[in-house]
Design a protein around this ligand. Structure first.
Ligand SMILES: [Zn+2]
Ligand SMILES: [Zn+2]
Length: 196
């Protein structure tokens, strides 16, 4: 069983394998919020500013159509690669900077066809909750608990070679399939101003 992946306009399509060990998380960090805003897609944030994300392995993700539309941003010079569909600015997900670190946090906005929880289980984690609007804040999931579920899988993918199956990198060269662009402070400030 797999879950459909599609951008809003339908030019980018794919599938994500069912993954009972995925982390289904809502992230309230400023970078996730500003990322949606820079894309002009604040509509993907929930009412508290949260981004619903499924953290899984890139080898589970297959792009079947429109792979040439994939583009990527970085919110800061040290930040992860934040992938989106350039046709309609639908966020797709975040990856590390190199394919050897097999990790993707898929933004639920691109997971279509049926409720995300049916494929990946309910949301059980909440990150950077200080960034959530309103009180009380959601219960914070410790970073260690989140990482404890990711790191062993990423290491296994490194050793068994499955990190090589990824739609986000040309593994031979180690380069992302689209050149990352770092968002300028001005661009970010403008996006924030529009949000307020
Ligand atoms: Zn699109
Ligand atoms: Zn975040």
């Amino acid at each position: 069983m797999s879950h459909d992946l599609a951008c809003r306009c339908g030019a980018v399509r794919g599938t994500v394998e069912r993954d009972p060990r995925a982390n289904h998380i809502v992230c309230y960090c400023a970078d996730c919020q500003d990322y949606a805003r820079v894309l002009g897609r604040a509509d993907v944030l929930d009412e508290r500013g949260g981004s619903e994300i499924v953290q899984t392995l890139p080898s589970f993700v297959t792009i079947t159509q429109g792979a040439d539309r994939l583009a990527c941003l970085r919110m800061t010079p040290k930040g992860p690669l934040r992938w989106y569909a350039a046709c309609c600015n639908t966020p797709i997900g975040n990856t590390a900077l190199i394919p050897q670190i097999a990790f993707v946090g898929l933004v639920a906005a691109c997971l279509t066809g049926r409720p995300v929880a049916e494929t990946f289980g309910p949301v059980t984690m909440w990150g950077f909750t200080a960034g959530a609007k309103g009180e009380p804040k959601p219960p914070e999931t410790s970073f260690l608990r989140i990482m404890a579920r990711i790191v062993p899988r990423t290491l296994k993918a490194r050793f068994d070679g499955s990190y090589r199956r990824t739609p986000f990198f040309d593994v031979a060269s180690g380069q992302p399939v689209a050149a990352p662009r770092t968002v300028t402070p001005d661009e970010r400030a403008q996006a924030q101003a529009q949000a307020n």
